[in-house]
Design a binder for this molecule. Structure first.
Ligand SMILES: [Zn+2]
Length: 332
């Protein structure tokens, strides 16, 4: 997540307002939302009101903590933290090789998976090297983001200044400093202050609903073999409850509820605009800054020190109940 200073600077650059004017608007926004939102959260909303694009950064150069499954053209600069030995495997009669690399930046660590010919790039790399990677991200079999190079991706060594590796277990993500512990189920009352504009669609088996693997433009389910896939959606963003912010992820029906449209309609919009993120762009205005109640579970990246909130239900804030509470407190 961008810092307050970074957001203020972006607003300043793109609108010509001076810093004091921007800060004023942020304070006004906080007051408007009864102080329920942090300064960063309010700054996101001011940026949106002024049509300032602060999302571009997450679609280009990313901090490791901001990589989520489904991003195309993700670019990160990181240090090589671990290089695991090459594994050979056989699938459908064809032999293949895979090598996993763990990358580190001060916000966390992430796995990069190299396949077949891509593995050659490892010959020139060693642990501790600083590398620049352009690739895409997908969900691994534990539900975590994983980087891949793919046809247009690349990995190259760079001489860029970069912090030295701190033990990954000690790398804290400031956005996750809250009361929520790993594994806790919780209801958070807050607002989404940022939506990541990454491809929300993924293919699932029409019979069991499980994510399918792509193989030569065909889709394969472990149980049902080759299938004509249905689509599901995954959305992610940042939630803010006034005391902290945290990454949130919405899958399937919860993603549909958040967007206010089914996957079929979302696909239609994406096809019409020839842009897979168009449904998110279209609905972001109605989502960002709206106070809601999110039920779900806090999940920790196994290998990395990062908490995420996986939402299982979204509820409206009950306005009548709130009004009653206020009245009661006034009477008291
Ligand atoms: Zn299946």
């Amino acid at each position: 997540m961008l810092s307050l200073e970074e957001i203020v600077n972006k607003i300043k650059e793109q609108t010509g307002l001076d810093v004091a004017a921007v800060q004023n608007k942020i304070e006004e926004k906080k007051a408007e939302l009864s102080g329920l939102i942090s300064s960063e959260g309010a700054a996101h909303l001011v940026a949106r009101d002024l049509n300032v694009d602060i999302l571009t950064r997450v679609t280009h150069r990313l901090e490791v903590k901001n990589v989520v499954p489904g991003m195309r053209n993700a670019e990160i600069v990181a240090r090589v933290y671990r290089v695991f030995p090459v594994r050979e495997f056989e699938r459908n009669g064809a032999k293949g090789r895979v090598a996993n690399v763990v990358l580190w930046d001060p916000t966390g660590t992430i796995r990069l998976s190299l396949w077949n010919d891509e593995i050659k790039t490892l010959e020139t790399l060693k642990e501790g090297d600083v590398v620049k990677i352009v690739g895409y991200s997908k969900e691994d079999n534990r539900g975590e983001p994983e980087l891949r190079l793919g046809g247009r991706g690349k990995i190259e060594k760079t001489d860029a200044e970069f912090p030295a590796i701190v033990d990954a277990a000690e790398t804290k993500n400031a956005a996750n400093v809250g009361e929520l512990r790993e594994g806790a189920t919780a209801k958070i009352r807050g607002a989404i202050v940022q939506m990541f504009e990454s491809d929300p669609f993924y293919e699932v088996c029409p019979q069991c609903g499980i994510r399918v693997r792509a193989n030569d433009n065909k889709f394969f389910c472990d149980e049902h073999q080759y299938v004509t896939p249905d689509y599901s959606m995954v959305l992610s963003g940042v939630i803010d409850d006034g005391t902290m912010s945290m990454r949130v992820v919405f899958f399937r029906d919860v993603a549909e509820k958040l967007l206010g449209m089914g996957v079929t309609q979302a696909l239609e919009i994406a096809r019409e605009r020839m842009n897979r993120t168009a449904p998110i762009t279209e609905r972001a205005g109605g989502i960002l800054g709206k106070e809601m109640v999110f039920g779900g579970r806090v999940k920790r990246n196994q290998m990395f020190d990062r908490l995420e909130f996986i939402v299982s239900e979204i509820g409206e804030v009950n306005a009548a109940e709130e009004a009653n509470k206020i009245l009661l407190s006034l009477e008291a």
